[in-house]
Design a binder for this molecule. Structure first.
Ligand code: ADP
Ligand code: UDP
Length: 237
């Protein structure tokens, strides 16, 4: 399958139209951004490490019976995925308090959250991805009540697979963002799961291994991502 034309160039990935209308090629670029695009960089090997981790996680989720857009890796930076009609909603799950929930609600960083917190944000860079609720989604037509229930159930199913998987690899899966879309009417997990979209802490020391390394200038981001891949058993070129 070949790239025909760029459909959408996001902050870290490009979605390419292919000669089959049901599939797109997602290219994981080296571009990195944080704080809604205010801090950016291009980091050698970041695209390939994220693509490899994403493929590994998507396969684990498929094996657990969760419908994902993932078909196969094409090469180091490109994966073939089903073309979804994306819902403009980001689903965030939190197993520990970090990031915006600490700022918003005054919760101390690191507090264990049980049951895991589920939050919705509008995917809209111009508005800074504001937090929304189910009523906003239904009234403004971003997702129906049924779709929201399905996304929440799928998100918890994903958490039940991934939290233990990361813990077995010596990491706490603190929080992460998922995006869903429709493929021929079916709700499917889309976008990506990589260290760019989650928080991971070393289970022993609490050392940060995710994009906070870049956000907070804590060290070499790609080295951290490579460590995540190595701990998961993901092979890298
Ligand atoms: P952003 O839009 O946040 O800058 P990215 O750089 O990650 O995002 O670009 C990827 C874009 O592709 C996102 O807008 C995402 O919603 C969209 N997307 C992800 N998976 C699919 C898919 N399977 N089909 C169509 N679009 C997708
Ligand atoms: N996240 C993301 N993309 C976004 C917003 C959030 O990948 O547009 C991820 C983020 O990396 C973190 C989780 O979702 O793992 C929760 O993010 P939070 O609301 O705490 O916002 P932040 O503090 O990262 O701005």
């Amino acid at each position: 399958m070949d790239k025909v034309k760029a459909l959408y160039k996001g902050k870290a990935k490009t979605a390419w139209e292919t000669n089959d209308p049901d599939f797109v090629i997602m290219e994981f670029r080296n571009d990195t951004s944080a704080f809604d695009g205010v801090k950016t960089a291009s980091l050698e090997r970041k695209g390939l490490v994220n693509s490899a981790v994403d493929a590994f996680i998507m396969q684990k989720l498929s094996e657990a019976g969760i419908a994902t857009h993932f078909e196969r890796r094409i090469d180091d930076n490109n994966v073939l995925v089903k073309k979804l009609d994306m819902l403009p909603v980001e689903c965030v799950v939190r197993n520990r308090a970090a990031g915006s929930i600490c700022r918003r609600l005054g919760i101390e960083e690191g507090r264990a959250l049980s049951p895991a917190v589920f939050e919705l944000f509008l995917k809209n860079d111009a508005l800074g991805d504001p937090m929304i609720n189910t009523s906003h989604c239904v009234t403004f037509g971003w997702a129906t009540q049924e779709q929201l229930a399905e996304m929440e159930a799928l998100t918890h199913a994903v958490n039940n697979v991934l939290a233990p998987l990361f813990l077995d690899a010596g990491m706490v899966l603190v929080d992460y963002k998922l995006e869903f879309g429709l493929f021929k009417g079916q709700m499917v997990l889309g976008d990506e799961f990589s260290p760019d979209g989650c928080r991971l802490w070393d289970a022993e020391s609490g050392r940060k291994l995710d994009k906070d390394v870049f956000r907070q200038d804590l060290g070499d981001l790609v080295e951290s991502y490579e460590e995540v891949a190595r701990r998961l058993g993901v092979e890298l070129p």
